[in-house]
Design a protein around this ligand. Structure first.
Ligand code: BGN
Length: 317
């Protein structure tokens, strides 16, 4: 009798815990976060091409078919080669020849010591981006010193290079992420956009609502407004939460595309050392972002080399 009673209590307990987990508002929010409806995306896109960009095409490119493309690509494409006659120019720049693009995007990739992954990333991304009818260029910013990896500072350096080259839209992108849906247009929206909200590593669920890491799209103007990212995060973690805090302090609201079109494959690698600043992510006071970021960015540029598939910026932080 006593045993049967204990069992009942145990079962009830388990059921209650399961219910709490699955009915928790955050759980549902993460699965079905707020996003821009597909039909409304064209109105939210930020249309601008790079200063000095010219196209000989007369007709403007149309993005309807890209945004409504429902194919999913396979990550195994990283093992392939680029098609012949791909028309990618030195430095990793491309623009369509059959129509005049409405967007110029600088894809900025912080990097160190993952040659195999970088090769796969470049092949995949050029194949992916070419079919979106946008003008783009891939910048890889490599940390050559031996201090812990500083993702955010590398992104600041890449952003500056992209802005100097006249790019109005920045996509800040990890080298281990591959976008699986061609409908995930690599153009800026008027709101800074978290692009990688559905990653296989997290079982395609957003780990927390304010996550703003992985792959994001932000206009050069907005990036300047928030003084870029912090230069102080050496080692893994926290710098993306800091970026989110900067946007909040400037009242910039982020947006996303629907989960289905925000799917990414994360290439595997060994985990990195956690950084010291990680747990000190702050809420910025007004003007709190003005003394750490683009404005006080200091580094040594070791070399910049134009490779066939990317612009390689090597820096000592
Ligand atoms: C979070 C990290 C992010 C990272 C995501 C996803 C921190 C700060 C702790 C206070 N944030 O935990 O940087 O992008 O996980 O992996 O570590």
């Amino acid at each position: 009798m006593r045993n049967a009673c204990k069992k009942k209590v145990l079962y009830c307990g388990i059921i209650i815990i399961v219910l709490i987990i699955f009915l928790h508002p955050d759980m549902n929010a993460r699965r079905s976060y707020e996003y821009i409806e597909k039909e409304l995306i064209p109105d939210t896109l930020y249309e601008e091409t790079a200063v000095n960009f010219t196209s000989s095409a007369i007709l403007e490119c149309d993005y309807h078919d890209v945004l409504f493309d429902d194919t999913t690509l396979s990550d195994s494409l990283v093992d392939g080669d680029l098609i012949e006659g791909h028309r990618i120019r030195e430095g990793g720049e491309f623009s369509p020849s059959d129509c005049k693009p409405k967007f110029s995007t600088a894809v900025i990739v912080p990097y160190r010591d993952r040659a195999e992954q970088l090769r796969g990333f470049l092949v995949y991304m050029h194949m992916f981006l070419r079919r979106q009818s946008i003008h783009y260029r891939i910048f890889v910013v490599e940390q050559v010193d031996t201090r812990p990896f500083n993702r955010a500072k590398l992104l600041n350096i890449g952003a500056l290079a992209a802005m100097r080259a006249g790019y109005p839209c920045l996509v800040l992108h990890d080298v281990d992420l591959l976008p699986l849906r061609p409908a995930n247009l690599y153009a800026c929206t008027k709101c800074p956009r978290h692009m990688s909200s559905s990653i296989n590593k997290f079982r395609f669920v957003l780990p927390y609502l304010n996550l703003f890491g992985g792959a994001i799209a932000i206009t050069s103007h907005q990036y300047k407004t928030i003084n870029g990212m912090s230069n102080e995060y050496f080692g893994w973690g926290g710098e993306d939460d800091d970026l989110y805090a900067r946007m909040e302090s400037e009242e910039l609201k982020m947006c996303r595309f629907e989960p289905e079109n925000s799917r990414y494959h994360m290439m595997s690698h060994k985990s990195q050392h956690t950084g010291d600043r990680r747990k000190q992510v702050v809420k910025y006071e007004k003007n709190g972002i003005s003394d750490d970021g683009l404005k006080n960015l200091k580094y040594t540029e070791v070399a910049t080399v134009l490779h066939p598939l990317f612009t390689h910026i090597m820096v000592d932080l």
